[in-house]
Unconditional design. Structure first.
Length: 295
């Protein structure tokens, strides 16, 4: 049977989370699952292969970043549709319900030649499972700020209608193979953060739409690999936001945005971290700005 969907997830020192995700995937003959072990400190790839013979495991000796790891999986995938799914997510429901939801997400991509990517509803995996993502608002022109629709709200079905969204969410996004071939692979220059927004821009520039479709719900633990408030995350968010502005804005808008991100947002981040006694975060912000200037 032909492979319809390939699920790709990245494992980086996250064996427990990765296994928890795999345990919730509704395996079938038309579904392929690829795990990219992205430079884990120990050989977690062999353990995943041992536990899950049906999973295809690719071992990278070095950490290639979010985009690089996913690109390894994309290049090996056989599916018509590629579903990038964070390893700190899980699916809920019966096997039949999950299979049907995955198929409906694929059907959304197949429904129109202009739809290149689709994202499911994403809810946090704690408490009452509040909504994390039901689509995005557009980025503001200079500050590059936007919001996730429904963020933090209780899910009462208020976002159960599919609609276009300007950007995909990196935690869970299904993309047409032909759209990837036309737009190109996920940009690896970011290493971490903002690459899915940049990739969304690449898809849109070659004529594709991105959609939100609540047929499937994904539950997200979030930032299990990088930490919610770590110097590692602060560094890459700072650097990647500047890189996104450089790559996607032009002329005076680009200059104004970069000035704002460095002189206003960057300075605010440094001072706020120092006031909270987090010199490590202040240093990470400054390193992110300095290293961006070397790109």
């Amino acid at each position: 049977m032909d492979i319809t969907v390939t699920i790709i997830t990245i494992n980086f020192n996250g064996l427990a989370d990765t296994c928890a995700l795999i345990d919730t995937i509704p395996f079938s003959d038309s579904l392929e699952v690829i795990v990219v072990d992205n430079g884990s400190a120990r050989d977690e790839a062999s353990e995943i292969e041992r536990r899950y013979p049906a999973v295809r495991v690719i071992r990278s000796k070095e950490n290639l970043g979010f985009a690089g790891g996913n690109n390894l999986g994309i290049q090996a995938a056989r599916g018509k549709y590629v579903f990038l799914l964070n390893n700190d997510t899980v699916l809920k429901g019966s096997e039949q319900e999950k299979q049907r939801a995955l198929q409906e997400l694929a059907n959304r991509l197949g429904a129109s030649a202009t739809i290149g990517a689709v994202c499911p509803k994403i809810r946090f995996a704690w408490g009452s499972y509040p909504i994390q993502f039901a689509g995005y608002t557009p980025l503001s022109a200079i500050t590059l700020r936007n919001s996730a629709i429904g963020f933090g709200e209780e899910d009462k079905g208020q976002y159960d209608t599919a609609h276009p969204t300007p950007y995909a969410h990196g935690a869970a996004m299904m993309v047409k193979r032909e759209a990837i071939e036309k737009a190109g692979l996920m940009p690896e220059c970011f290493f971490l953060y903002y690459e899915e927004l940049d990739w969304s821009m690449m898809l849109r520039r070659v004529g594709y739409e991105i959609w939100y479709d609540p047929s499937l719900t994904v539950y997200h633990k979030e930032s299990r690999a990088t930490g919610q408030n770590s110097p590692f995350k602060t560094y890459y968010v700072t650097r990647s936001r500047l890189l996104f502005a450089k790559r996607n804005l032009k002329g005076f808008s680009r200059l104004l945005s970069l000035a704002y991100l460095v002189c206003v947002a960057g300075l605010k981040g440094v001072l706020s971290s120092l006031l909270k006694g987090r010199a490590d975060l202040a240093k990470a912000t400054l390193r992110g700005i300095v290293d961006f200037t070397k790109l």
